[in-house]
Write a protein that binds this ligand. Structure first.
Ligand SMILES: *Cc1c(COP(=O)(O)O)cnc(C)c1O
Length: 389
């Protein structure tokens, strides 16, 4: 099915993959199978569904769609991005080792540094913008290499193909958290990654109204192992959440196009503002990851990070002064959000670790929504205290 639909364009697959008319009533839109159980024709005779932790048709529709968008063969949906990440770590056993890019989502860092070591899994954190650092950290017990690109919040680029080669050379597997780029802009499985993970809470759901996660793989054995463990540990999404996420995925292409044209406008605008010391956006030619972004992505995404000249007080003032940009955690929704990484998204890291990532008290992160770009720039200008845009 995924193979069939892979022949059509992304926009078409988003709307059709996994979404054939329903068998019971030919419902054009995938129904919400809000059921725990399925009536059996006889003892041990069923129609492929027994219990909704194990199988659910709404969830399966979402999984087929996401697999198709990532150009992978198998998709698994989870109750959150962290449940998806935990599902992948559950492929490991005590004694195994993982090399992790240190520029990492705070929740993943917490799981890898505070929870999983209790089960005898070891993690080494390295600067993956230099892939040779990964190579140096790999050892006999290394099973996974774990990266994000672009990173959060400094939007650094990591060379996925180079990391994939290192992993393959050592018999390990490369995991890419593709939440920031989305499959519309980047398909890591085509670049040599073995496992893709998502927080669908962000761009894929896209409306900041549903938490979810997903894992996509090409290898059938890995898919089976993930499915077995997910059923055993229980981190599944409910049917409503799967349905909402699928509804979001259908418009991912339209939304991402607008997110990134708006982000490019906002990045250029912020460069012209006297209160702004630096603008981090992979689509700016002066960004250190610009060439790599052009090579491995099909666009530059919807996130923009800045440093303010006025330091902590100016950054805090800006975050509290915007009206359209809501001061809130999360990203990737249709509405614009502003955040202060130093004490919000990255508070779990020590001050030293934050500084090493390039985050300071003057750093502000923007998730640029799909509103009118002139209105967004005017809001930022007002918040920066400059005259109206
Ligand atoms: C939000 C996020 C996660 C965690 O996802 P949840 O849905 O909040 O559990 C993982 N990775 C990245 C890059 C994220 O932005």
């Amino acid at each position: 099915m995924a193979d069939e639909s892979r022949r059509t364009a992304f926009e078409t697959r988003a709307i059709h993959a996994g979404q054939e008319p329903d068998e019971a009533a030919a419902a054009t839109i995938v129904p919400v199978y809000q059921t725990v159980t399925y009536t059996q024709d006889a003892i041990g005779v069923n129609r492929g569904y027994e219990y909704s932790r194990s199988e659910n048709p709404t969830r399966e529709a979402l999984e087929s769609c996401l697999a198709s968008l990532e150009e992978g063969r198998f998709g698994l949906a989870y109750g959150s991005g962290m449940a998806a990440i935990t599902g992948v770590v559950h492929l490991l056993a005590a004694g195994d080792h993982v090399v992790v890019a240190d520029d990492l989502y705070g929740g993943s860092f917490r799981l890898f540094s505070q929870v999983m070591p209790r089960f005898g899994i070891r993690f080494s954190f390295v600067d993956a913008t230099h892939p040779e650092e990964i190579d140096k950290a790999v050892c006999e017990a290394t099973r996974l290499i774990w990266i994000e690109s672009p990173t959060n919040p400094m939007l650094r680029l990591v060379d996925i193909a180079a990391c994939g080669e290192i992993a393959a050379g050592h018999g390990a597997r490369l995991v890419v958290d593709n939440t920031f780029a989305t499959p519309f802009l980047q398909t890591p499985l085509n670049l040599g990654a073995h496992i893709v993970v998502h927080s669908t809470t962000k761009y894929i759901g896209g409306h900041s109204d549903v938490i979810g996660g997903a894992v996509i793989v090409d290898d059938e054995e890995t898919a089976e192992s993930l499915r077995f463990t997910r059923n055993a540990t229980g981190g599944v999404p409910g049917p409503w959440d799967a349905w909402l996420t699928l509804r979001g995925a259908r418009t991912l292409a339209l939304r991402m196009s607008r997110h990134q044209s708006n982000a490019a406008r906002v990045a250029e605008f912020l460069k012209s503002q006297p209160g702004v010391a630096r603008v981090y956006y992979p689509g700016l030619p002066e960004h250190p990851g610009f060439d790599l972004a052009r090579k491995q992505m099909r666009g530059f995404g919807g996130m923009v990070t800045i440093d303010l000249k006025g330091g902590e007080s100016a950054a805090r003032r800006m975050c509290e002064a915007t009206e359209l940009f809501a001061l809130a955690e999360s990203l990737g929704g249709v509405e614009s959000l502003i955040g202060y990484p130093w004490s919000m998204s990255h508070a779990a890291f020590s001050a030293e670790e934050r500084r090493r990532k390039g985050i300071t008290e003057a750093t502000v992160r923007l998730s640029v929504g799909i509103e009118d770009p002139d209105d967004l720039c005017a809001d930022l200008a007002r918040a920066l205290g400059s005259s109206d845009a």
